[in-house]
Design a protein. Structure first.
Length: 282
């Protein structure tokens, strides 16, 4: 039995589907089972992962747990304690590519937060794997979706900044392999998509996928910051993200081979992601 936190999230939903396809038993955690819309075959349980003790019963009988800090937050350490007490042997953590190994102090608040949770996992006594995706392709829907639907214009900073956006299905596929097999124990997997793209190139790919014109219009950093904060992103996180974008201008983004190494197939392209998510932009 595999317990999945953040089961209704971008990665958790894809992971739940993949595990079921493999014939695994899945216990999917959600705060609202009636509206979760999770795949048939999953055992959907109601719990609030930020309140660790609500997972005490769902962890019984689980052999491995997928931890999404967006769902578990500061309760992750206590969840790991409960998991160990109930016989769980393996944990897979969704972390982030921003975490740096071998440094005394992380360079930004996002990396420091994720590193603290990684330390809880690696010190838990469980067999562990850490999955560190770079930028999610789904950020395009979150940040640009309403602009494309309403105006056909993406207004953002740093049009020539680069990234190798990763499809959530690839993050789920690597996580699934780590959950079901001990051969990935103690691995820290840095994941990206298969291609370095500029923001402007991503917009062109989205336009092709949805079948109508969309153009990129570069705006000032301050205007982009205010827009992203207006979407609900914390200002310090937006500042950090814009710093990364500024530093990546006119440089090829790093492309990791790990998705193909772990899954045996090439990572999915941003064009594939766009085709899969046309409904988010129309």
């Amino acid at each position: 039995m595999f317990l999945v936190t953040g089961a209704t999230g971008t990665v958790g939903r894809a992971l739940t589907s993949l595990l079921l396809t493999e014939g695994a038993k899945v216990r999917a955690v959600t705060r609202n089972p009636r509206t979760a819309g999770l795949p048939d075959g999953a055992e959907v349980v109601e719990a609030d992962p930020t309140s660790a003790d609500t997972l005490a019963d769902p962890l019984v009988g689980a052999t491995a747990v997928f931890l999404n800090p967006a769902a578990t937050g500061e309760a992750t350490g206590r969840i790991l304690e409960l998991a160990a007490e109930r016989g769980v042997t393996r944990a897979v953590l969704l972390s982030a590519a921003v975490v740096e190994d071998g440094v005394a102090e992380q360079s930004n608040i996002l990396a420091a937060w994720h590193k603290g949770i990684e330390d809880a996992v690696t010190g838990s006594g469980l067999q562990w794997t850490i999955v560190r995706p770079g930028e999610f392709a789904s950020n395009a829907a979150q940040q640009w979706g309403s602009q494309i639907r309403d105006t056909g214009v993406v207004r953002a900073a740093y049009g020539q900044s680069t990234t190798a956006p990763i499809h959530e299905r690839d993050v789920a596929a690597v996580s699934m392999r780590a959950l079901v097999s001990g051969e990935h124990a103690r691995a820290r997997y840095l994941l990206t998509g298969p291609q370095s793209l500029t923001r402007a190139e991503m917009v062109r790919i989205l336009a092709e996928a949805i079948g109508r014109p969309v153009r990129f219009e570069e705006v000032s950093r301050d205007r982009a910051l205010q827009a992203l904060v207006g979407l609900g992103a914390p200002r310090p996180i937006v500042e950090t993200m814009l710093d990364w974008q500024a530093a990546s201008q006119h440089r090829e983004a790093f492309v990791s081979p790990v998705v193909e190494q772990v899954t045996g197939r090439p990572a999915l392209s941003f064009a594939q992601w766009a085709a899969d998510h046309v409904a988010d932009f129309v």
